[in-house]
Design a protein around this ligand. Structure first.
Ligand SMILES: C[S@@+](CC[C@H](N)C(=O)[O-])C[C@H]1O[C@@H](n2cnc3c(N)ncnc32)[C@H](O)[C@@H]1O
Length: 282
C-alpha cells in the first residue's frame, strides 16, 4: 500500500515536471528515476516527492539541478572499442562506397552527451577519407536534451585522463596547447543542437544513426515508440547502432537485418536493399 502511494506520488511529481517545464520523464524507467530524484531529496534533507514538488515551485533553478541529475551524461571516445571497430571496418566502408557518387553522408548521434561519440565518428571518417574529406558533404548531427552537456560538447575540450588510452593516432586529433581540444578538421563535421527524443520530430534520411545508452533509461512503451521513430529516420539500408545493453523492441525487429548481435548494430531493410540483394538494381 505504501509502495503504491509512493508510486502515485512519483507519478504526480513527473506530471508536474511535465506541465511546468515540458520535460517529459513520465515514461522513463522508474527505478533509475527514483535513484536520481532520491539524490535531490537527500540534498534538501527531505523525504517525500510532495515536499520536493514544493521546492520546485519555490526555486526555478531546482529544475536545472534536477535535469542535471536526470540526464545521465557519461560518455567516452570510442565507447566499447570492439563495437566501434565494427563501425570502422564494416559500416563506414559500406556507406562510403554507397555514397561515392553524391559524396554525401548524413549521420546522427542522438543523445550525444558531451560529444565524444560524434567526434569519434568524425575521427574514423577522417581516417577513411583522408584529404578527400573536403570533397564530401559530411553532416554529423549531434543532439541531446541537456543544454549544459551540449555546451561542453560544442567546446570540445576534454580532460587528459579521458584521452590517455586513445593511442597516438587518435591523440593527433586534439590540439595540445595546454588544453585538449578537438581539432577544427573534426569539429567542423559536427553540428550540435538540442533535441528531445520523446517529443521532437526526428532527423530524416540518416545513413548511420547512433542512439546509444539512451533507450536504457526509457520504459518499455517509450522504447517501442522511439524504435519506430529511429526506423523512420533512417534511409533504406541505413545503419542503427544501439548500446550493448539495449535492443530493438519486438514489432520493429523484423524491419532490420542484424549486422552485429552483440554490439547491436542493425541495417534497415527495405525495397532498395532487397532489390540489390536480388540483383535487380541497376
Ligand atoms: C548515458 S548518455 C549516452 C551518451 C552516448 N550516447 C554514449 O553512449 O556514450 C545518455 C544521454 O541521453 C540524453 N537523453 C536522455 N533523455 C533524452 C531525450 N529524451 N532526448 C534526447 N537526449 C536524451 C542525456 O542527456 C545523456 O546525455
Amino acid at each position: 500500500m505504501q509502495a503504491m502511494a509512493h508510486d502515485e506520488e512519483l507519478a504526480h511529481l513527473l506530471e508536474k515536471i511535465y506541465q511546468d517545464s515540458a520535460l517529459d520523464f513520465r515514461e522513463y524507467r522508474k527505478t533509475s528515476l527514483r535513484r536520481r530524484i532520491a539524490r535531490r531529496l537527500r540534498a534538501h534533507r527531505i523525504h517525500s516527492y510532495s515536499e520536493y514538488a514544493a521546492i520546485l515551485d519555490a526555486d526555478p533553478n531546482e529544475y536545472q539541478r534536477l535535469l542535471d541529475d536526470l540526464a545521465i551524461n557519461v560518455s567516452d571516445f570510442f565507447r566499447d572499442r570492439e563495437a566501434f571497430s565494427v563501425i570502422d571496418t564494416l559500416v563506414l566502408p559500406e556507406l562510403i562506397r554507397r555514397r561515392q557518387a553524391e559524396r554525401r553522408l548524413k549521420i546522427w548521434s542522438a543523445g550525444c552527451a558531451s560529444g565524444e561519440e560524434p567526434y569519434s565518428i568524425g575521427i574514423m571518417l577522417n581516417r577513411h577519407l583522408g584529404d578527400r574529406i573536403v570533397d564530401w558533404d559530411i553532416r554529423i548531427y549531434a543532439t541531446d536534451l541537456h543544454e549544459g552537456t551540449l555546451d561542453k560538447a560544442r567546446l570540445g575540450i576534454y580532460d587528459k585522463a579521458k584521452l590517455e588510452s586513445l593511442g597516438e593516432d587518435a591523440m593527433s586529433y586534439f590540439s595540445l596547447d595546454g588544453s585538449y581540444r578537438i581539432t577544427d578538421r573534426i569539429r567542423r563535421l559536427v553540428r550540435f543542437g538540442r533535441h528531445n527524443l520523446t517529443s521532437d520530430p526526428v532527423i530524416s534520411r540518416v545513413d548511420l544513426l547512433l542512439c546509444r545508452n539512451v533507450l536504457i533509461y526509457f520504459g518499455r512503451s517509450l522504447q517501442k515508440k522511439l524504435c519506430l521513430n529511429l526506423h523512420w529516420a533512417l534511409s533504406e539500408g541505413g545503419f542503427l547502432f544501439l548500446g550493448e545493453a539495449e535492443s530493438l523492441s519486438t514489432p520493429i525487429e523484423g524491419r532490420f537485418e542484424v549486422i552485429d548481435k552483440r554490439w547491436k548494430i542493425y541495417r534497415k531493410t527495405g525495397a532498395t536493399e532487397k532489390a540489390r540483394h536480388n540483383g535487380t538494381e541497376a
